[in-house]
Design a protein around this ligand. Structure first.
Ligand SMILES: NC(=O)c1ccc[n+]([C@@H]2O[C@H](COP(=O)([O-])OP(=O)(O)OC[C@H]3O[C@@H](n4cnc5c(N)ncnc54)[C@H](OP(=O)(O)O)[C@@H]3O)[C@@H](O)[C@H]2O)c1
Length: 290
């Protein structure tokens, strides 16, 4: 059977934990042998060890420690993230160590919109990372997923405050957005890396989309489903653009939601896994609240 069996996940955070859980399901079914988690600290990682994962504390400045942690690993899945672009650069020593240790595939921390050829702006840091993998000659797979549908709705600092029945949008909130839940992203990444042959995996871009819809439509469906009332505050586009130009992250994101929330034609989505069957945005909202 094609597909890889030995995995390292770097950064066990919001998305990383979903990927680890999905790998554990495959391990229980006998399709995955080894799951290593690279972390900067063992704090809070006891539960992972109890589940059958091997957490290894690494110093991203130590090539030897990284090389040693990656022995016997076929695929590195990086989900490292932080508020600043430089966090992503830890993937450079990680990729060099992976190449030296004989890792066959590197999945960099993408998991958003299409970053290819973005030389400026917020997506440039991710683009630079996959360019580095190409330079290194280490095969990569990129997973573009759109917005996390189970994540945004309770991020008040980004204008999504469902717990208090409030959502803030640019314009009318009617721009189309690509959404996928983290559970479904994990399913797709693990499906691809454990099932597809290298010819369909190496240097391949996977475009994933759980649902394509607008914030306004999602809110209306959510109200019907739950009986809860959600108030949408519409901020005029001029105001949002002015704030975005001064670097305000919430405003930048609001513009993406309203003007640039998809990343390709619908026919290009989920083509590598016709049986994907993702959950809708409202399903993800409701289950992440439960
Ligand atoms: N499309 C969307 O809607 C959306 C939303 C959120 C995130 N994302 C993207 O999804 C990916 C994963 O995000 P996430 O929310 O899962 O991230 P996260 O939980 O914020 O962080 C993931 C892990 O990164 C590691 N990390 C943090 N700072 C680090 C540093 N300075 N050096 C090395 N490792 C560090 C930590 O692992 P340890 O403490 O174990 O080392 C942390 O648990 C990122 O690429 C992010 O941009 C997309």
């Amino acid at each position: 059977m094609p597909g890889y069996k030995n995995f390292a996940v770097a950064g066990a955070g919001g998305l990383g934990n979903f990927i680890i859980d999905e790998l554990l399901r495959k391990k229980a079914a006998g399709n995955v042998h080894k799951i290593v988690v690279l972390t900067r600290s063992m704090q809070g990682k006891d539960a992972l060890a109890a589940k059958g994962v091997e957490p290894i504390v690494v110093d991203y400045n130590s090539p030897d420690a990284l090389w040693s942690a990656l022995q016997g690993v076929d695929v590195v899945i990086s989900t490292v993230a932080g508020r600043s672009g430089p966090v992503l650069t830890v993937q450079e020593p990680l990729a060099e160590a992976a190449k030296a240790a004989g890792v066959k595939l590197f999945v960099p921390s993408e998991f958003g919109g299409d970053t290819i050829n973005h030389k400026d702006g917020p997506l440039a840091a991710k683009n630079a990372q996959h360019d580095k993998l190409t330079q290194l000659g280490l095969p990569w797979a990129l997973f573009f997923t759109g917005m996390f549908s189970d994540y945004f709705w309770n991020q008040p600092f980004l204008g999504f405050d469902l717990n208090n029945g409030k959502v803030e949008v640019a314009g009318m909130g009617s721009g189309l957005v690509s959404w996928t839940s983290r559970k479904d992203i994990a399913r797709y990444v693990v499906y691809a890396t454990t099932s597809l042959p290298p010819s369909k995996l190496h240097n391949h871009v996977f475009k994933i989309e759980g649902e394509r819809t607008s914030v306004k439509k999602v809110v209306a469906e959510y109200e019907v489903r739950t009986g809860e009332k959600v108030h949408i505050t519409c901020i005029p586009m001029d105001e949002v653009k002015k704030k975005a130009a001064s670097g305000d992250f919430k405003s930048l994101l609001q513009l993406v939601f309203e003007l640039d929330g998809t990343y390709g034609r619908e026919e290009e989505m989920n083509v590598d896994w016709p049986d994907f069957n993702p959950e809708t945005v409202v399903d993800a909202m409701v289950s992440s609240k439960a």
